[in-house]
Ligand binder design. Sequence first.
Ligand SMILES: Cc1cc2nc3c(=O)[nH]c(=O)nc-3n(C[C@H](O)[C@H](O)[C@H](O)COP(=O)(O)OP(=O)(O)OC[C@H]3O[C@@H](n4cnc5c(N)ncnc54)[C@H](O)[C@@H]3O)c2cc1C
Length: 395
Amino acid sequence: MAKIAILERKCTGCGVCAGSCPFGAIDMKDGKPELNAACKVCGVCVKACPEKAILKLETKTSSVDKSKWHDILVFAEVSGGRLHPVSLELIGKGLELAKNVNYQVKAVLVGHGVSAFAEELRHYGVSEVAVYDDPELSYFRADAYAACVEDYIKYAKPSVVLVGATSLGRSLAPRLSTRFHTGLTADCTRLELRENTDLVQIRPAFGGNIMAQIITTNTRPQFATVRYKVMNAPARNGEASGAVVARKLPKAVADCKASCVSVTPIPPKKSISDAEVLVVGGRGLQKEADLEMIKELAHLLGGDWATTRPLVEKGWNTNDRQIGLSGRTVRPRLIITCGVSGAIQFTACMNGSDHIIAINTDKDAPIFDVAHVAIVGDLYEIVPALIKQLKEARA
Ligand SMILES: Cc1cc2nc3c(=O)[nH]c(=O)nc-3n(C[C@H](O)[C@H](O)[C@H](O)COP(=O)(O)OP(=O)(O)OC[C@H]3O[C@@H](n4cnc5c(N)ncnc54)[C@H](O)[C@@H]3O)c2cc1C
């Protein structure tokens, strides 16, 4: 880190620095230069100052002893009485990363009546499952859950902590990273672990135009959240392994300010992320009524339907059926896109699907770069023809 310092006793207020700054980051106030927020610490003013009254100071950043932090910890989320499947996907990714650096993968469970899930997790290759099981943890209270995971992190000192990018995980992970004054990267789409144990957290940035590689170089642990359906869950081993360790409720839980007054369960809703087959309509559809053929094809294939964002913006669909960075991530066995161009904000959240069939009139449409089967043609001819064939086959 570097910063610019102005030596008042040397400064004559000549204003050369303000005139030289390419970012307009120096204001002259009462005859003296003052830096504003636009300063990029480029150092042009340092060279320009005839009085040598401006200095560029390099500050040393302290770094933790990385060798004291090891292994990968997965926050295994239990909500609504079930182990969220993203937890297994994170364990799968953790196991893959751990191989390179000889780490183990551990899991932490927090809640009431969650011990049974610990036994299940032992079938997925974790070396330890830490369990905080207490009536105080019956409902998710961010500060209470954070106190438990913090307690375990302080004890186990994991180098990497992976949390599902669910509503619960998105509330928990930032609380934890702040407690450890360390970095958190949300919604990672890829993770890699360097030999020096730095986690390369890859995610789309600047509206999906670049894939940013984010590294927490000086602090530990390294927190990352990953959406459901982005990583692969490992196969369940017949034999269980690893230890289950019951942990005492940390005292900090008693100091938590939030309490649960009442609970109104929301009826479980079918999510497009769980669909095995998806038919997707894009802006190639000319009018809202044409979505009916997308729904019909989905229905005949025993699947669900979704759209791109422009159709949500037109009010033809709701956000919970939108695929993409600002919608849902999906990974069905089969996805058929109809009149979808294949913008990165869309493909980044569906390109892990097993079979991708794309229908588009434009042979150069980017969707064909990720498609396994490319159909260059008019969806108004192809979709009705597919519906007709499926109906005939059924009859
Ligand atoms: C920060 C940010 C977040 C975003 N998040 C999302 C997101 O979550 N999800 C999302 O979808 N987008 C998102 N977008 C928008 C994204 O960039 C694209 O604009 C969008 O995905 C395009 O949708 P589309 O493919 O339906 O439309 P278009 O890009 O307009 O493509 C329509 C396609 O239909 C084809 N076509 C036209 N007529 C026919 C026909 N008769 N038969 C067959 N093909 C035909 C055309 O050749 C064309 O390729 C986001 C953008 C930003 C900046």
